[in-house]
Design a protein around this ligand. Sequence first.
Ligand code: PHE
Length: 335
Amino acid sequence: MKDQLLELEKRAGDELNAIDDPSGLEPFRIKYLGKKGALTSMMKSLGTLSREERPEAGKLANQIKVNLSRRFEETKISLETGGSGDDASVDVTLPGREPLCGHLHPITTVIKEVCLIFSRMGFRVVKGPNVELDYYNFEALNLPKDHPARDMQDTFYISDNVVLRTHTSPVQVRVMETQTPPVSVIAPGKVYRRDSDVSHTPMFHQVEGLLVDRDVSFGELKGTLTSFIHQMFGSHTRLRFRPSFFPFTEPSAEVDIECVICGGEGCRTCSQTGWLEILGSGMVDPEVYGFVDYDSDLYSGFAFGIGIERIAMLKYGIDDIQLFFKNDMRFLNQF
Ligand code: PHE
């Protein structure tokens, strides 16, 4: 019986290999695997065997049936999909379909680039919460309760003492609270203001910078920011420091770069001035050191806040800030 089964397996296998057209499949199935097929009838005759022979022969017969059925299905699939024939219904020489691959958002790219430039200058990247205490967003930055910059128009209030941060400057205070000088950090992230037009969105991005040590001068602030701008926009880019005011820096300066759209000639983007403002900065006001227990006789430092969307608009020549957040693929796929 065992020999007969093995012989049957070999014969069926050879016949299956020889089938080269789907029309040969069904006759084969009937002949071997069908209800009256050779294998089936052999299995029926197992009952005539002695008790000793039966288990082994039964096991073998079952194994052969499983193997043969599997090979039959494989042959069927291969013949029907043209896997082995010349008249293939699938052209395996066609190039495959490329999977759709995403890419970074232009704002993410600019944040990464800004962080890379400052990391190389020795600044450490830190993060702070977007939902911030009034204390860190305003109070400890020398913005007392009645200061006009705290106007309800600009700030999203969660409750009396909790806001969506309006700038990344609160991270300065959080860092100084937990670390003694020397300190040199940058803090990228989202900020929120109640404002929306071609140059404002209610959420945008800043990168904050802070450096505190002994004997830090305004010259180092100028040198650091000049180097940053030259690396970001090219070493030919002209810039100017314009006196300004922030409650948490003294003296304060805003930095303008020569309009990259018109090259300083004067155009719509720069309101005919030839200059574009890209960041706020200044020497940390001694008042702020009072909130974080730094000795202002011993230490001095500078801080700056860079508007990321502003940088991205100039870098890529985009004149509407809203485009960054509309998720229009025709816009995003250009980067
Ligand atoms: N936080 C200021 C703003 O959002 C920018 C700034 C940061 C100015 C640090 C001075 C120092 O406008």
